[in-house]
Design a protein around this ligand. Structure first.
Ligand code: B12
Ligand code: SF4
Length: 438
């Protein structure tokens, strides 16, 4: 039987050593889905490099590697090693899609964007000895088979499995890879199909799932119907969406009742000027505190993603971000340096202004300034970023955000869990690892 090895690569750390973990708390869906899209006359093996070693002496003839962000460098190195051993290598996933032309130099074929309409053709072309350098087949309708979780269940993964209802986002933030790939397209799956996948997660013995959508409230009516279905399954879930959900008390209540325990919000910045620069002026930072409160009052824990280094940011505004996070009792805050990912609108703008400071994609890890900010030097930005992380994950801030809360005794288990996550992040930050590859 022909054999395919599917790899999700892990990024390198600052010493160019692949980042390894004992456990992968959040697994992606791309690779298990690709396995499900593979015709059954292929034998498939999955390797999640963050928790497993790559079997370079594999008997698989075809190697397909997925890459997120700066992990593309690792994917390229893996591809090079396999090609030396005579294997055929295909790259895909977000980062290979955004820099497909460059990626083709290091592999036999690149799949840009969604694989659903094209993966079987790729494999058949390979079998016929007619593999093309690039494949791209945009989706008009999103329908996916049941992901092959059977291939990852024996691995050391967390207690959430991934499910996806939709892809893309109607917004157009300048720095965003999702916008770059989907423009304003927002594709949703039939609710029955999503429920089918959640039911599979439940059948496999998992009580929690991660709804991987980038903005789950992009279609309010759809989310309402989905929550009504999820509710009867008696599961817990987490997802991410626009903070504007805080304005919609009725929706918040339904989302919470359906089992949503945590929502993550790309707040990006507390500076209105910075948000404008990111084409995210629709978000109003003066309302953030009030919206966060209303989400917390609905019983949903608030996690945030923010970036520093936009033109509205100063050293002082970056320091003030730590106070914002502490005062609003954000349980899991994450930060990145605003990074002009090649392929995005933001990259083109900075390039035209001659403000790209480092071209080496290896530095595009979100924790090192690669552009020249307006109000500080790149080095000052990198330093301010790590100081922000250090302050936010000081014991004082961690305790204030996770323990000293009026509802602590109501949800003690959950807050103690967040407390431990925060301690783990604190440990990672001390090693200068951006706490994301969890
Ligand atoms: C879950 C997730 C994670 C998880 C799990 C990652 C893992 N190891 O599997 C965690 C939290 C650990 C994580 C970490 C990181 N992530 Co992440 N992650 C996601 C998220 C939310 C969902 C991914 C997913 O499963 N999507 C659903 C599947 C079905 O879609 P898909 O992955 O795009 O796959 C489809 C196609 O792309 C294609 N495809 C995917 N892989 C492959 C491979 C081959 C060979 C082929 C042919 C096709 C193919 O087929 C699939 C079906 O159509 C996405 C956002 C998003 N919208 O996708 C960000 C996202 C992919 N992550 C991103 C980044 C930057 C990272 C980090 C680098 C962050 C950091 N600075 O540390 C790390 C890198 C980790 C790593 N191992 O490489 C960016 C990537 C941007 C870019 N330009 O590449 C995204 C898009 C978030 C964003 N909005 O910017 N991530
Ligand atoms: S709202 Fe989020 S997913 Fe949508 S374009 Fe902006 S950053 Fe990207």
């Amino acid at each position: 039987m022909k054999k395919l090895l599917l790899i999700q690569s892990t990024p390198y750390d600052s010493c160019r050593i692949p980042i390894k973990k004992k456990k992968l708390y959040f697994v992606g869906l791309g690779i298990p889905l690709l396995a499900a899209l593979t015709p059954r006359d292929w034998d498939v093996e999955i390797i999640l490099e963050t928790i497993e070693d790559i079997p370079f002496d594999t008997d698989a003839e075809l190697i397909a590697i997925g890459s997120m962000g700066h992990a593309i460098i690792r994917s390229i190195d893996i591809a090079t090693e396999f090609r030396k051993r005579g294997k055929t290598v295909i790259l895909g996933g977000y980062m290979a899609s955004l820099m497909a032309e460059e990626a083709t130099q290091y592999c036999d074929s690149v799949v840009i964007g969604d694989a659903e309409n094209v993966w079987e053709k790729v494999l058949r072309d390979y079998e016929a000895g007619d593999l093309k350098a690039v494949y791209r087949e945009e989706l008009e309708v999103l329908t996916t088979p049941m992901p092959r979780f059977d291939l990852i269940l024996d691995k050391n993964i967390g207690d959430f499995l991934p499910v996806q209802a939709g892809r893309g986002c109607p917004n157009s933030c300048s720095f965003c890879s999702v916008y770059c790939l989907y423009k304003n397209k927002y594709l949703k799956r039939e609710i029955a199909e999503v429920v089918r996948d959640i039911e599979q997660v439940k059948r496999l013995g998992f009580k929690k799932f991660l709804l991987l959508d980038d903005n789950i409230i992009a279609d309010r009516g759809y989310l309402i119907k989905l929550c009504q279905e999820i509710m009867r399954l008696n599961m817990q879930w987490a997802s991410q969406c626009s903070i504007k959900i805080g304005e919609d008390k009725e929706l918040l209540q339904l989302v919470a009742e359906s089992g949503c325990i945590t929502l993550s919000f790309g707040l990006e910045s507390i500076s209105a000027e910075s948000l404008k620069e990111m084409d995210k002026a629709w978000a109003d930072p003066t309302k953030y505190a009030e919206l966060i409160k209303s989400i917390q009052e609905a019983g949903i824990d608030v996690s945030t993603e923010m970036v520093v280094g936009a033109d509205g940011d100063t050293i002082q505004s970056i320091k003030d971000t730590a106070t914002f996070i502490r005062e609003n009792k954000v349980v899991v805050p994450r930060f990145y340096i605003l990074t002009p990912i090649p392929g995005t609108k933001y990259y083109d703008i900075l390039k035209s202004q001659n403000r790209i400071y480092k071209e080496d994609i290896y530095s595009y890890n979100g924790s090192e300034a690669v552009h020249v900010p307006k109000n500080m030097s790149p080095e000052e930005l990198t330093q301010a970023y790590w100081e922000l992380y250090t302050e936010v994950f000081s014991l004082r801030s961690i305790v204030k955000r996770t323990i000293i809360r009026s509802d602590f005794f109501k949800k003690m288990d959950r807050y103690l869990f967040y407390f431990l996550i925060n301690l783990y992040y604190r440990y990672q930050i001390k090693q200068k690892i951006t706490p994301n590859i969890i």
